[in-house]
Design a protein around this ligand. Sequence first.
Ligand SMILES: Cc1ncc(COP(=O)(O)O)c(C=O)c1O
Length: 351
Amino acid sequence: MKVTKAQKIGQKVDPQSLGFGKVFSDHMYLQSFKEGSWQEGEIVPYQNLPLDPAAAVYHYAQCLFEGQKAYWGVDQKIRLFRPDFHSNRMEAGAARMCMPFPGQEQMHEALSELVLIDSDWIPRQKGCSLYLRPTLFASEPFLGVRPAKEYIYMIIASPVGAYYAEGFNPVRIWVEPHYSRSAPGGLGSVKAGANYAMSLMASDSAKKRGYSQVLWLDPLDKDRIEEVGTMNVFFRFKDHVATPALNGSILNGATRDCVLHLLKKWNIRSEERVVRVSEIKAAQKQGDLLEVFGTGTAAVISSVGTLGFEDQEMKIGDGSTGELSKKLFNAITSIQYGESEDSFGWTKILR
Ligand SMILES: Cc1ncc(COP(=O)(O)O)c(C=O)c1O
């Protein structure tokens, strides 16, 4: 792989003030697709991309991305988390978006090269990581509506701070009665940029109401629960844990998959099925609903303390972070930072 080193090395930022997605490393991976084939990929200094104003992505949103992380372990080793899961998901997403994909091997090689060349950008503190954003988009300058004939595949890297710098606090979630993020037969199961555009108005109005995110319901009956914000969602009842089954409009999360594996290992009954708002309301009334939490790469586990409806506000458990949420968070993060054995083979050590 061709590598062009950056002349100027960026200023590292104090992990306390990193936040999410604001700072970028010195290099990026770039590969283009033209005349029916992928050109050779290369690592180049982080830079602006020259794009024709007619590039299809600007007009018809033919764009897909991934979100994954590299961690600096307590043993000083660098680990990628679930690289196979992410490359599988991106390949499937590209097919759904009528885009070519450079291949999983190529994606792994590009990620490894980029992380190693920018390894100084991986924050050393536990909780922090190097967020990796592989992105594939249509670059052909053409205004007709059809799959484009030219694409750019790139990977950028962003050091990110600890999600729970101020403690593992439960969040307030608005149960969204009106807006939808996806629909049967739509793009909900892939990481298409368009899904996130679709979600903005709902999360904005939830924030104005004093909630941090929305609980997405099915677009037809507004009763079947789908996801929470940009996370998958789990419900812990007295005798089992349930999460909405993948139905084509829910993203198959890497963290969701980790949680399902851990629950199985710990002999906790888990069900992937339809979970209805009506069931949750009834379970909460009977004291049967113990925990609600979201799962995703950014936060790992995010505990839900309150669900807000148009006619009521519902406290989950005693409103504090539940014991299963904490146990799952600790189990997953200790594998990510090399503190406990990776018996599932979820990590790839780069160095
Ligand atoms: C819509 C949506 N659902 C779920 C997830 C969680 O997926 P993962 O655990 O792979 O990060 C994400 C975040 O990536 C997301 O954007």
